[in-house]
Design a protein around this ligand. Structure first.
Ligand code: SF4
Length: 346
């Protein structure tokens, strides 16, 4: 079987089946740019019975097994399974402005084991291939086509720490921005990380227009590592150096994600510490109300008054601040909630 993301394999198939370059170009345009249904993609690609299976064209490597639509907002969670039967969740966010964002998974499970995240409590991690990452885009794109909606932004914020799967992540970004394949604007992509400094800088060097979001959550080393075990290894001074270097490479703000947890990181004093820590770097702070998970019943979200005061304090210090309200909380599709419900009995 051959997949359309793989240049060498597609070229070999083209030669074996004596297809013109034009046939391959049309196939890719229909599937990767226009997200047409499979039958339309294959309209002029007749596979005859005497063609061995190794030369069949493969449009998908994930099987869609379930779909959950939010009853309260425009979120949809799709549960895919790999050929080995492993679950992957992908979220579509139909935002009120009319824009649509796709939240992709880069791994099954996640080894980063963040305290506040259901995926991190799965205790397993397996890298998705570039094709498995990209098939999430293709199948979501096809679904949106049936709704006459366009896909605007793609964020690597689903299951997994993308930089733990760096090679496949970079290959997927290459395909997404390649004008012969998905042809997406690099600025419409965002990679979210808990903070692996070398990889952050490498990503900014290789894809300077791709956006990056760092899950910071605290500028107190002890507090941060109680939330993100990986923070013990990659400490705040190293993270700060990486952010400074990214500012130099990208010349625009880096997004800092800050999950608002009651009594842990939401005091006004902590807001002032955050303002002081960021005074010499170009950042945009995104405050995130916490979505409860069963695995961490001791964690509670800050109240909306506290979030407002925290935000006000940062703004008074001259920082750019927004608050992100998650979609899909009723279908466990919000940030940090992915996959627990399909891997364990409830
Ligand atoms: S928040 Fe992200 S990096 Fe942390 S455990 Fe969850 S999926 Fe992994």
């Amino acid at each position: 079987m051959t997949d359309l993301f793989d240049n060498a394999a597609t070229e070999s198939l083209r030669l074996d089946l004596r297809l013109s370059h034009e046939v391959i170009r049309r196939l890719r345009n229909r599937l990767l740019k226009r997200f047409l249904p499979d039958f339309a993609v294959l309209a002029d690609f007749a596979v005859t019975a005497d063609v061995p299976e190794s030369h069949h064209l493969k449009l998908h490597c994930l099987e869609l097994s379930q779909r959950y639509d939010s009853q309260i907002d425009g979120a949809t969670k799709l549960l895919f399974r790999t050929e080995a039967g492993l679950p992957i969740e992908t979220v579509i966010l139909r935002i009120a402005t009319g824009r649509t964002t796709l939240c992709l998974s880069s791994q099954v499970g996640c080894a980063a084991a963040c305290e506040f995240c259901a995926t991190g409590h799965m205790g397993i991690a397996q890298n998705l291939s570039a094709a498995q990452i990209l098939d999430q885009v293709v199948q979501v794109g096809q679904l949106l086509t049936t709704e006459q909606r366009q896909l605007h932004n793609i964020v690597f914020m689903g299951m997994g720490e993308p930089f733990h799967n760096q090679q496949n992540l970079f290959e997927a970004i290459e395909c997404l921005t390649d004008t012969r394949k998905f042809s997406r604007a690099p600025g419409s992509l965002l990679v979210s990380t808990v903070g692996i400094p070398e990889a952050m800088v490498r990503c900014a060097q290789r894809f300077p227009s791709v956006n990056l979001a760092l899950s910071l959550h605290s500028v107190d080393q002890e507090v941060r590592q109680s939330m993100i075990p990986l923070a013990r290894k990659f400490q705040l001074p190293e993270i700060k150096r990486a952010l400074t270097e990214m500012n130099r490479l990208q010349k625009r703000p880096v997004m800092l994600e800050y999950l608002m947890l009651r009594g842990i990181n939401d005091s006004l004093e902590q807001a002032q510490q955050l303002a002081a820590w960021t005074h010499d770097i170009n950042v945009h702070i995104n405050l995130i109300p916490f979505n409860p998970i069963d695995d961490a019943p001791h964690l509670q979200g800050s109240s909306s008054e506290v979030i407002q005061q925290f935000s006000g304090s940062l703004k008074n210090a001259g920082l750019k601040v927004t608050t992100r309200y998650s979609l899909g909380t009723d279908i466990a599709a919000a940030c940090g909630q992915l996959v627990r419900q399909v891997t364990r009995p409830t």
